[in-house]
Design a protein around this ligand. Structure first.
Ligand code: PEP
Ligand code: MN
Length: 370
């Protein structure tokens, strides 16, 4: 059972709820504060055996002053779920950047950090376009052991320093084990916290439960979870519930395409029709990654690249974040060069995302009036 408080709830509401819970042995209350940029939502979750929970009438709590709603939930997505009546999606804020349903962020950057000069050029292009969020892979899990695996810890000092110099506030960076989290923590500290990092779970690690638990146990960094490319949506959402259940609610759910040859010629079958599905089922901000699903730079007859069309599909569905590969010189990129946009395309991408977002807001406003 989830009891949600009014934002203006009287100070003694929590105490009254806990006093009531104490009358039901076997039921444990847990308090959660979800802090978004513009709203904080406080909830008390009651956990207990179903045979006891069934005997507790909702009105014991719904009639208390300061209680907005009481929802009975199954154990499925208890923490990340929207549960119908939990309309609000407070999102979260990290390093001065808000993630919620009222805006969209473009994380444009290198698939893999290769040279200092390329990082500098990327950061400088972002700053010129007013973008403060990027992607930079330092640890690259690759299908072949002979492919470039990323520069690892060695590139962190100058990557963070260059980010700080260009006003970049968050870098999405994949990690595959606890040591990578520690190295990022140390690197940031050494840089005087020049920037922030969103820890990325790659699609191949979507069910690496030990990694998910570690990401949940640390509360410093938000997590960008990439859906598993060969597992069900439900399995991927359960993986996010793992992270949340360990204590970290700052999660963004990323759609990145699913593996099937039915998606040819794209690298993976684009799955952005799941944006509204994830938004309906959970309160997680949703990211779309067009680069890894499309995987190439072909243009449609309308002269827009497939990558732009696919971004449009995600943003028109209300995605809160777009992750997209760029490279100053794609033909020399050591990883995923075939899908990297050129830096000169960044201003038009930013403008395109803004225009599609405006169209989405117009459509929503019309729907709200109907
Ligand atoms: C990436 O973002 O560079 C990446 C490897 O993504 P994915 O795990 O979705 O393949
Ligand atoms: Mn990549």
């Amino acid at each position: 059972m989830i009891i949600t408080l009014d934002s203006e709830a009287p100070a003694d509401t929590v105490r009254s709820i806990l006093d009531e819970v104490a009358k039901h042995p076997g039921v444990t209350p847990r308090k959660y504060d979800y802090r978004g940029a513009s709203v904080t939502v406080t909830e008390i979750h009651l956990i207990g055996p179903p045979e006891i929970m069934q005997t507790i009438p909702e009105r014991l709590f719904s009639e208390l002053p300061g209680v907005r709603s009481v929802v009975r939930v199954s154990t499925r997505y208890r923490l990340i779920g929207r549960h119908g009546e939990r309309h609000e999606s407070p999102g979260f804020e990290y390093n001065g950047v808000a993630f919620d349903e009222s805006r969209v962020h473009v994380f444009a950057g290198l698939c893999a950090v290769d040279t200092r000069d390329n990082v500098r050029k990327m950061m400088s292009a972002l700053a010129a376009s007013g973008v403060v969020t990027t992607r930079m892979g330092a640890y690259k899990p690759r299908t072949s052991p002979y492919d470039f695996q990323g520069l690892g810890r060695e590139c962190l000092p100058w990557t963070f320093e260059l980010a700080g110099k260009h006003g970049i506030r968050i870098i999405a960076m994949e990690v595959t084990n606890e040591r990578h989290i520690e190295e990022i923590q140390e690197g940031l500290r050494a840089s005087g916290n020049a920037t922030g990092v969103m820890l990325q779970v790659g699609t191949r690690n979507a069910q690496n439960f030990e990694l998910l638990k570690q990401l949940g146990q640390q509360r410093t960094f938000p997590v960008l979870f990439k859906r598993g490319m060969g597992i069900t949506l439900e399995e991927s959402l359960n993986a996010c519930e793992y992270i949340a259940s360990e204590g970290n609610p700052k999660i963004v759910f990323c759609l990145r395409g699913v593996k099937t040859h039915l998606g040819d010629p794209h690298r993976n079958l684009v799955d952005f029709a799941h944006v509204p599905v994830v938004r309906r089922q959970t309160r997680l901000p949703v990211c779309v990654d067009p680069s890894h699903s499309v995987g190439r730079l072909d243009c449609a007859p309308d002269r827009l690249q497939d990558i732009f069309h696919v971004i449009g599909q995600g943003v028109i569905c209300g995605a809160s974040m777009v992750l997209v590969d760029f490279h100053p010189d794609p033909k020399t990129a050591l990883c995923d060069g075939a899908q990297a946009l050129r830096l000169e395309q960044l201003p038009s991408l930013v403008e395109y995302v803004g225009r599609v977002r405006t169209a989405y807001q117009d459509v929503c406003a019309t729907a709200a009036r109907a």
